[in-house]
Structures are given as C-alpha cells and as structure tokens.
Design a protein around this ligand. Structure first.
Ligand code: ADP
Ligand code: ZN
Length: 812
C-alpha cells in the first residue's frame, strides 16, 4: 500500500500539501528529505515534513522523485524551522528555503518557447510580438512576459492561442540548480616517480618533464589545472609513463577572508570581573543544559575574551560552537580573534559567499570538519552536530532581524535553538536591548556585568556642543569650532580620530526657500539625497537617479539649494580644514565592492588613515588603540523618526560610537554635536548612564504598551493602487475588530494609517499595528493566522498584499 507524505514547498502560503509516495520511490523514512512534486502547473522542490495519517485525500498527486538519500534536515534544526514558521506566521516552505543553502529548495517557473513550426497566426499582431519575445534560446519565463506586456490575461491568452496553433510550448522548468558538489583533478606522484633516479629514465632533453617530476616529488600532489598552467603537457606525459596518476577529488570551496589578523595568547589570565562573568556559565557548558546568559560589558571591557573562553570550554568538552555576529565585514576583528584562537577549526559564514562556497561550507560543517562556526544571522541554521554553545555578539543589533520572509530575529531564534538543542547561550553587548534587560528582570536570562574597561582604562570624557548656540558663520560646514580644534590637537599629537555621521551622500535633501519644495522620488515618496561625487540625486530606497535641477521645478525659483549634511559633504569640509591629513570615508557608497570594508578598516588599523569618517558602519565593535578622539557630527539623525525605538537606537549608537575612543594607552575623548543636549537619550549617553536610560525607557514603554510590555505585529498592506491598499487595510481592521475573541487578547490596534514612508518602488503602503498581550500571544497568533489565511484566500487579482512582521523592528 502506498504511503502519503506531507510536504512543505517554498511558496508564500502557510499551508502544507499531501502527496502520494509511489511504491517505486518508497525507501525508508522520507521525513526530512527533499522531493520533487507537481504544484499546479509547475514543479517544485519540497521537503517532507511528516507522514500523513488518517484517510488520504482522493486528489493527492504523486511525488515525482525523492532527491535525497537521507534527511538533510533533522532534529533541533528541523524543529527550529517549524517554530519560526509558527511564531512569525511565515510559510514553512519559505523558512526551509532560508535554512538550507541556496538552490536546495527550488521553485519552478513556467517558460514559453517557440517551436519554430505550426500554423501562421495571420493578422494577429500581438501574437507575432509574443512569438518574437519567446523565440530566443531557452524561451522566456511567463512571469517576465507578464511584466513586459503588462497584462497577465493577455499573455496567458496569447500563449494558449500560440500553443493551439502549434507555434509555442509552455513548460515548467526548475529554476537554476543548486550549486552542486564538484570534483577536481589532482596529479599525484606514484612510487615509480618518487624512486631515486627516476628522472634519469626520462629523456635528457625533456627538461619540462624533469622539472615537473621534481616539483611533484617535493609536493607529492598538485592540482592538475595548476600543473597544466605551469608545465604544459608534461604532467600528463608523466602520467602516461606511469610516474604519476590522476585522482578525482571532491572540491571544497571555502572562502578565505573576512578576518583581520590577530594574535591570541591562551595563557593570558582573565580579570576577576571576567572570571566572575564566566563562572556561572561553566556548569551549563559542562553539563550541556539550556541557560541564557546576558553579558553586559561596557565597550573595551573584554567581552570577546569571555566568549573565547566559553568556546574553549565547550571544545574541551568535545562539543561544537556557533557564534553569531551582526555583520562580518564590520566586525572583522571578532572573527580574527576566533581564528587566532581556534585556527582551522573555524569557518566563517557571511553574506558575500558565492553559492558554491555556501554549498561546500554547509556540507563540511555537517560533516563535522568545522566545529566552530562564526557567522551572520543566517548562520543560525548552520548544521553543526553535537552543538555545545551559542554566542550572540552585539545582541542589540538591528541587523539580526531579517527583512524578508521569514522575518525572524536571529538573536531570539538563537535562544530558541539553544533551548531545542539543550545548550547554553551567551548574549553579549555594551548596550543590551531593552527587551533583553527585561528578560533578565523577568528571570529568563541571567545577567553578568563587566563594569570596567580592561586595565582600568577610563571611559572617554564626553563633551557636548549645542549646535543651536553655534552661529552659522563660525562653523566650517557641519563642524563646530570646538570639534575642529579637537581634531587639530589629536592629529597634531600623531593620534587618530573617528568621525561619525549616520547619513551618506552629500546632502540629504534639496530645498527651495521660496516655495518650500523638496524634490522627492516619484516611486518612493522620500526626499532625494544629493551625491556630489557623481553629481546626481539618488533615492536611497530604490536607487533611482536623477539630474539635480538648477531651478526649482515647482516655482522656478533660482535659490533651490542643498540642505543638511551627509558624509560626502563632511569629507569635503574636513579636507578643507585639514589639507595634510589622510582622510578615509566608510559608508555604503565606498564599500559596495567585496572586501572594501575590510580594506578600509585594516588601513585605519595599520595607521594609513588619520581620520576615518563614516556612518554606523564604523560604530560596531572595532578596537583601534590609536584612536583617541571620536566626534559625532550630529547625534540627532535618528532621534525623531516615527518609531518607538528611535530613542533606544540613538542611545545605543552614541554609546557604541563613544566606545571607540581611548582603547589604547591615551585617554579617550568624545565630542558630540547636537541640537538636543537635554533630551534624555542624549543626556544618558553623555553620562554613560545605562541604568537611567533603561528606567526611563521602560517606564515610557510600560505606559504606552510597547515591547517588552506587548508584542508588536506590523501588518503592511501594499500595492499599486492606493485605494485598494487602503481598502484592504480597513477591511482587515474591521474583521479583527468584529471578532469577539480578539479583544481580550490585545491591548490595541492602531491604524489603518499610511506607513511613515508612504510609497516604496511604486507600491503604496498602509499599516496596521497590533499590540498583543504577551501572555495571550500564542492564542492570538492562531486567531490572527486564521484571519490572514482568509485574507489570502479572498485576495483576487493581486491588488493588495499584506506583509506580516512579528516583533517588527523597522517601523518606517
Ligand atoms: P569588548 O569586546 O568588551 O569591547 P575586547 O574583548 O575587545 O572588549 O577587549 C578589549 C581589549 O582588552 C582587547 O585588546 C583585548 O585583547 C584586551 N583584553 C581582554 N581581556 C584581557 C585580559 N584578561 N587581560 C589583558 N587584556 C585583555
Ligand atoms: Zn525611490
């Protein structure tokens, strides 16, 4: 009798599907293996998530193929994907797609090709046009045709006509395949070739072959491609003579780089504070049990050292370690220190890996060849076996939240994985998130504190410049006289300075003083940023570029000009003020190329740059002992964003930035320029007063029912027609409000309102924000899921879609 299996496929639906597993394919336990299944008119890779019990549905289709010999996902990792799908109301199939290396979960596309024969569609110009579009090699994906001709109905109808005339064919084709295992050829010396005097057996004038033999004898084996490049056909000739042989071997494509070279002294004693922070974690490591620890250590207090010791303990117990960091390119020193400590045991998973590298790295981790994995958010899914510890560095960092489905939070899911695996987790930060601090108070996390810098280095002195009191004519662009003076002194002493401004480009907007007009991107409803280097206006949301106007396009006024400041402009000011200084700039525009971020940072670390200017990219955990001055050009850039975390972000960023100063032998100094010196976030940052900030923030959030006192679900409705988008949001709100079950589960629903950025890439955005009661979350999630499923079922013609973001971090 045939068995039936439940399969998750990578499509945006939360449903799973039942298929019949034909007896011919049935071998062993299919759960956790991939299968190829028909899906509507398409084919798809899915993952078997369970065996179906109960009466099989009559209409169940057959599995076409079983793609794996054994499970590729199992145990806690398998559970984790289910957990994420449930918690974030995300499709399980998409979650699996995120958890496996690129190409493992493939979707298929419908592709139309011209047959080259059939009847002539005389007198139908659209069919001719359509036929031209699919004539090329490999045809054209149907979706691309719909995009191009602007109407699904017209394209589908046209293709059907062409098919019936025998002029076209529409087939389901799997999207480009996974980066597969690859092999490469090696040349290996044989005993005959290694034997004393073997070269005498070669002809005297076969110089190349003799050289090649000597080379092989020294190296024993070498890649065939390299040998060819170096010795031409000589290696193959040696093979022909029985001196060497060719072996095919599995290729291991593992990326180098991502680390700054670093030394590590394993015998360096911990400070008493570090000992005290580590000690409570050790029993959980040794006994392998779940416990969550939060390490709150001010910048420069030696947190990384604690991570490394905890990791060493775990390795000593024979288990593996997963360490998450926000962004590899921005934290090359942390990676460098893991490398220095664990050498070849470490592999790095970052976002710039090629599909081949990702594939091989994943495979090698699974085989146990890399017991220490350091990686970004998605490394959460690293298939480490025998896991013993998870570390999350800079746990407060917003880049842990994934911006697309499944919208999971890497830190929170790391805690879930630790729980599922039954291992301890260590979260660390100089500025823990308000949520994590609350988890400590709630008894969920255990707190350890490193209150002092290593060697009792003092915290930097922070000086505030109230920009409202600095007359325009005294400033050099964005720089107050005080900051200029400080920079001059620092450079004069041969020390380095870092300057921070969280806005790239030259000027964040253009403004006409006569009519107040601000040029905005027509697709996104955000002000254009002026980039002087290329002399363009650029939209930071969709990348569209425009030539800057010389007169106001609204009123024709000639006084339209740049307002505000971005990094390009400050760089110009700095070059004017310090012509002999070596100035570096690090922002999204200067770090687009792979490895450029690491290069700028290592240049700065090596003293090749005196003055490093940058956006939040330079705020993260770097350790530059030569830096004695940190300047914040404008502390207020994020302060007034319409987001309840704006204050927290500002506070964290200021403390992190300030933490870059004075990590060497000289005392550090920080100059903060602001228009709001009395704002509580800025005041708390100036006084390094974490507790004052947290108390105020918690009080505000408790009153307004923001997390951690609620769970936020942001529902963003989006689509091309504003009326439909608004209507869909309003109807959804109406459905929630009239559902009697919901009222006791939530604090309130806000909206529908236009999202703060009302349009991105031509799609209007309307928002509902739900504040759910934390203690009723599980029940509420189920009810909300039912409403969402009903919405998806109802949605006709794709006029508005809804994006669900649980524990939303980005509210713009
Ligand atoms: P954090 O990660 O908290 O910002 P780091 O781990 O970068 O701090 O430590 C700051 C500096 O102190 C580094 O140069 C590190 O090598 C050094 N350090 C850390 N622990 C010790 C220790 N126990 N003894 C001496 N130096 C230490
Ligand atoms: Zn745009």
């Amino acid at each position: 009798m045939s068995r039936f299996v439940i399969v998750a496929v990578p499509v945006p639906t939360r449903r799973t599907f039942t298929y019949r597993l034909p007896e011919t394919l049935d071998a062993g336990d299919p759960v956790g293996r991939r299968v190829l299944v028909p899906f509507g008119p398409r084919r798809m890779t899915g993952l078997v998530v369970a065996l179906a019990d109960g009466p099989p549905p009559v209409e169940a289709k057959d599995v076409l193929d079983v793609l794996d010999e054994g499970p590729i996902l199992e145990g806690p990792l398998f559970e984790l994907t289910r957990w994420i799908a449930d918690y974030y109301l995300a499709p399980w199939g998409e979650t699996l797609r995120a958890a496996l290396p690129v190409g493992r979960m493939r979707r298929s596309r419908r592709v139309a090709t011209a047959t080259g024969g059939g009847e002539d569609p005389a007198g139908e110009p659209f069919l001719r046009e359509l036929e031209d579009a699919i004539r090329g090699k490999g045809g054209a994906p149907v979706e691309a045709l719909v995009k191009r001709f602007g109407s699904r109905g017209k394209v589908e109808g046209g293709l059907a006509r062409l098919e019936s005339l025998g002029r076209a064919e529409v087939r389901a084709v799997l999207e480009p395949g996974p980066a597969a295992d690859r092999t490469e050829s090696w040349v290996e010396i044989l005993p005959e070739g290694a034997a004393e005097g073997a070269e005498e057996k070669l002809r005297k004038n076969a110089i190349r072959q003799i050289e090649c033999l000597l080379h092989l004898r020294a190296k024993r084996r070498a890649r065939r491609a390299e040998m060819r490049a170096r010795f031409g056909g000589a290696a193959d000739a040696l093979v022909g003579k029985g001196f060497a042989r060719i072996v095919e071997e599995e290729m291991v494509r593992i990326a180098e780089g991502g680390a700054l070279p670093s030394r590590y002294d394993p015998d360096r004693p911990l400070t008493p504070e570090q000992e005290a922070a580590l000690a409570p974690l050790l029993p959980a490591i040794r006994e392998r049990r779940f416990e969550a620890h939060l390490l709150h250590g001010i910048t420069g207090s030696g947190k990384t050292e604690v991570y490394l010791r905890a990791a060493s303990e775990t390795r000593a117990a024979g288990r593996t370690v997963l360490a998450l960091v926000p962004e590899i390119a921005l934290t090359p020193q942390t990676v460098g220190r893991f490398r220095a400590r664990f050498g070849d045991e470490v592999v790095v998973l970052h976002s710039a890996l090629s599909p081949g590298e990702r594939h091989d790295t994943w495979r090698e981790i699974r085989r146990g060849h890399f017991p220490v994995v350091v990686g970004v958010r998605s490394a959460l899914f690293a298939p480490l076996r025998n896991l013993g510890l998870i570390v999350v560095d800079e746990e407060h960092d917003t880049s842990y939240k994934q911006g697309e489905s499944p919208r999971y939070h890497g830190r929170d899911m790391a805690v879930v994985r630790a729980k599922l695996e039954g291992v301890p987790i260590l979260l660390g930060s100089a500025t823990p998130s308000v949520e994590s601090i609350w988890n400590v108070r709630d008894g969920k996390y255990r707190l350890a504190v490193l209150p002092k810098r290593i060697h009792d280095r003092p915290l930097p002195r922070i000086e505030v410049v109230d920009l409202a009191r600095v007359p325009y004519k005294e400033r050099i662009g964005a720089l107050s006289p005080r900051l200029v003076e400080r920079i001059g002194e620092t450079l004069g002493r041969g020390e380095q300075a870092m300057l921070f401004l969280n806005r790239r480009g030259y000027a964040p907007f253009l403004h006409c003083p006569d009519c107040g007009h601000v040029p905005r991107c027509a697709h996104c409803e955000v002000a254009f940023t002026f980039h002087r280097v290329e002399s363009v206006l650029r939209c930071h949301y969709c990348g569209v570029e425009k030539e800057p106007p010389t007169v106001c396009p609204e009123c024709g006024g000639a006084r339209i000009g740049y307002r505000g400041m971005g990094t390009q402009r400050v760089e110009e000011d700095l070059r004017g003020a310090f012509p002999s200084a070596r100035i570096g700039r690090m922002d999204l525009d200067t770090t687009r190329k792979r490895d450029s971020a690491r290069r700028i940072l290592s240049d700065f670390a090596g003293g090749g740059i005196d003055l490093l200017l940058g956006t939040q990219m330079i705020a993260k955990g770097h350790h530059f002992p030569g830096v004695s001055l940190v300047g914040v050009i404008l502390a207020d850039t994020a302060l007034h964003l319409p987001d309840f975390r704006a204050g927290e972000r500002t506070f964290q960023l200021l403390l992190q930035v300030a933490g870059r100063a004075g990590r060497g032998d000289r005392e550090g100094e920080v100059v903060i320029q602001t228009f709001h010196p009395r704002h509580y976030c800025i005041r708390a940052a100036i006084h390094h007063d974490f507790d004052a900030f947290v108390e105020r923030e918690l009080a505000d959030r408790r009153e307004l029912r923001y997390p951690p006192f609620s769970r936020i679900v942001a529902l963003t409705f989006r689509g091309k027609r504003e009326g439909s988008v608004r209507g869909a949001a309003a109807r959804f709100r109406g459905a929630l409000s009239s559902d009697g079950r919901i009222t006791p589960m939530i604090h309130e629903i806000l909206g529908p309102t236009p999202a703060p950025i009302t349009k991105i890439r031509d799609r209007f955005r309307w928002r509902l924000m739900i504040k759910a009661k934390t203690e009723r979350w599980r029940a509420f999630r189920e009810v909300l899921a039912a409403h969402l499923d009903a919405f998806h079922g109802r949605r006709g013609g794709g006029r508005a879609e809804v994006v669900v973001d649980v524990d939303a971090q980005d509210l713009l």
